[in-house]
Design a protein. Structure first.
Length: 138
């Protein structure tokens, strides 16, 4: 109504598309960023310039800013499920390479992923791969 009063006319409805999701999370442990730089691929860590490690994950295609406190910022996802998958995947990688350290007897766990959503996302990824292969042979 305010736009109309000012003489601005909007024709049709705007098309809204999500291009980039930015999310923050905490892994509940401490990370040795120096070791993580060598233990993870596609990283950049220059503590004099920025206190976090920059990690570029291929699948899902996101960038994660990872801090020694275990906190992180995930950018580049187009769907919320991709954030969940990326954060869980990163935690698994850090644990498997002994790059994350938890205090206390029990390590905190991230909430479980909704399995139905994961299966849908995996199916979409498989379809994308099939299409890529098909495009290569065409």
């Amino acid at each position: 109504d305010e736009l109309k009063r000012d003489g601005i006319v909007i024709l049709g409805k705007p098309e809204i598309m999500i291009q980039n999701i930015v999310a923050s999370a905490g892994l509940g442990g401490y990370i040795d960023l120096e070791k993580a730089t060598y233990g993870l691929k596609k990283t950049m860590y220059e503590p004099e310039q920025f206190p976090g490690l920059i990690y570029r994950m291929d699948e899902p295609k996101v960038v994660i800013l990872l801090f020694a406190s275990g906190k992180l910022v995930c950018t580049g996802a187009k769907k919320e499920i991709q954030v969940h998958i990326a954060v869980n995947k990163l935690q698994e990688i850090l644990e498997s390479k002994s790059l994350i350290f938890y205090e206390g007897p029990e390590k905190p766990r991230l909430p479980p992923l909704p399995s139905k959503e994961i299966e849908k996302e995996k199916e979409r990824e498989r379809e994308k791969e099939k299409q890529k292969e098909k495009d290569k042979t065409s």
